[in-house]
Design a protein. Structure first.
Length: 371
């Protein structure tokens, strides 16, 4: 029976009840002290914008101070521009001094047990919010787990938290969240849900469009064009698959960027890019084919030799090359390329257009003028 006079009724009138989602978050927040917000390593726009949104939510709704902390760099020109417009500070995990404190931490756009998120020693994970399809709950983890596989972006999930909390999103942050949703769904040409559309349309009229424009059209360094040429020189086409390789990658974000670029070739439905980076081999994959399972495919092909993860239409992986000679490294790379192309060929076996019998360079070498 409803009873408005009870103690609970009174309390509810004084302070509106939290939505179940916000209550679940509130339950894991510490009574005092700063919370660490950890986006996945080498944060992309979705990870970073989501971290900024969480910072705002904690401050405005719960009066909790927080710090964005991450591992790896941000080097893609657009992403650097995005971070330039973020009004909140951030710290590199390597520079973090925790002392004897064991701060609570929230992980965004990845899970700490995936290999893609480095958790600073001493930090206590109290919550994880992610949208990647392969994300699985971890047995024994008692913190908040808000997993929504299929949702286009973690930024959309963060928009929902802010909406339920009644927190107004500042214009600069609306621009960052919009950019995150747009890149993560490739302007809604990839998988998305009604929540992504709602977030995008609600944030658009509130966003600083000048910031969004500056991010989208950030100036590119000359080094980018050198890598672009190398990628084009090495690019190969085989049926509906395109791939390439970069010999010396300094900033890992170039690898997915090139895989993205190859995915725009007409009739190509699968693309991937490999790259050497120190003692690691990086690989990024894209697919526009419905029912593609890029993350699963990469994990199968890489197997125990490394780690991989991602979405249906995009995935990334890395292999450890420590102790391998240059020849062994090249052999490993060729093996990975062969098995990936082999898998994709079998997958396309009953499609209308069969594979050619051999691969071709994407760009024909220039024809030399007759002497
Ligand atoms: Mn994401």
């Amino acid at each position: 029976m409803a009873n408005g006079n009870g103690k609970n009724g009174h309390a509810a009138a004084a302070k509106p009840a939290l939505s179940p989602r916000l209550a679940a978050l509130a339950a894991v927040l510490p009574e005092q002290g700063r919370v660490l917000i950890i986006p996945h390593d080498y944060p992309d726009p979705d990870a970073f914008a989501s971290a900024a949104a969480m910072h705002l939510l904690l401050k405005e709704k719960f009066g909790v101070r927080s710090r964005i902390v991450f591992t790896g760099m941000v080097n893609r020109a657009e992403n650097r521009e995005m971070i330039r417009h973020c009004r909140y500070g951030f710290t590199f995990a390597t520079r973090l001094q925790l002392g004897r404190k064991r701060p609570a931490a929230l992980v965004l756009d990845g899970v700490p047990w995936s290999g893609r998120v480095t958790v600073p020693t001493g930090a206590r994970i109290v919550g994880v919010i992610d949208h990647h399809p392969q994300t699985r709950a971890k047995k024994g983890f008692e913190g908040l787990m808000d997993f929504r596989p299929g949702t286009g972006a973690t930024a959309s999930i963060m928009y929902e938290y802010l909406k339920e909390a009644g927190v107004a999103v500042p214009a600069w942050l609306a621009a960052l969240l919009l950019y995150a949703i747009a890149t993560e769904t490739m302007d809604f040409s990839r998988r998305f849900t009604p929540l992504d559309l709602e977030a995008y349309s609600a944030l658009l009229p509130r966003a600083n469009m000048k910031i969004l424009g500056a991010i989208r059209h950030a100036a590119l360094p000359r080094s980018y064009f050198a890598l672009l040429r190398e990628a084009m020189d090495h690019a190969q086409l085989y049926g509906r698959v395109a791939w390439t390789h970069l010999d010396a990658v300094e900033h890992p974000e170039i690898v997915p960027e090139i895989a993205d670029l190859l995915s725009h070739i007409e009739r190509v439905t699968w693309s991937f890019c490999t790259g050497w980076r120190g003692d690691e081999m990086l690989i990024s994959m894209r697919s526009s084919q419905p029912g593609a399972r890029c993350g699963r495919l990469l994990r199968t092909v890489i197997g125990a030799r490394g780690t991989a993860g991602g979405h249906f239409n995009m995935a990334a992986g890395q292999l450890d090359l420590t102790g391998k000679t240059p020849a062994e490294r090249e052999e490993l790379r060729e093996g990975i390329v062969r098995s990936l192309v082999g898998w994709l060929e079998r997958r396309s076996a009953d499609s209308e257009e069969p594979f050619d019998t051999q691969s071709h360079p994407l760009v024909a070498p220039p024809i030399k003028p007759a002497p």
